[in-house]
Design a protein around this ligand. Structure first.
Ligand code: ZN
Ligand code: ZN
Length: 73
């Protein structure tokens, strides 16, 4: 498994597609404007306070959509 490029200790669980950079779950940059959803479920609502960063099922914010999770088979 490749190591995280940020802490250089943990095993990477994310890869940044454009550059092939690796990051572990702790170091991957989270929160991105491409990963936001409307709080009230209305995608037409452009009010800034209505938008929040999407979280995964563990309550962590998602990294940019260009980070791909490495799945171990
Ligand atoms: Zn790391
Ligand atoms: Zn993004």
């Amino acid at each position: 498994m490749p190591k995280c490029l940020y802490c250089r200790k943990a095993e990477a669980s994310w890869v940044y597609m454009p550059s092939g950079e690796y990051a572990c779950d702790d170091c991957v940059p989270r929160k991105c404007s491409c990963n936001m959803e409307p709080i009230d479920g209305d995608w037409e609502n452009e009010n800034e306070s209505n938008w929040d960063y999407i979280k995964d099922e563990k309550g962590k914010h998602l990294p940019c959509c260009e980070w791909e999770q490495i799945t171990i088979e």
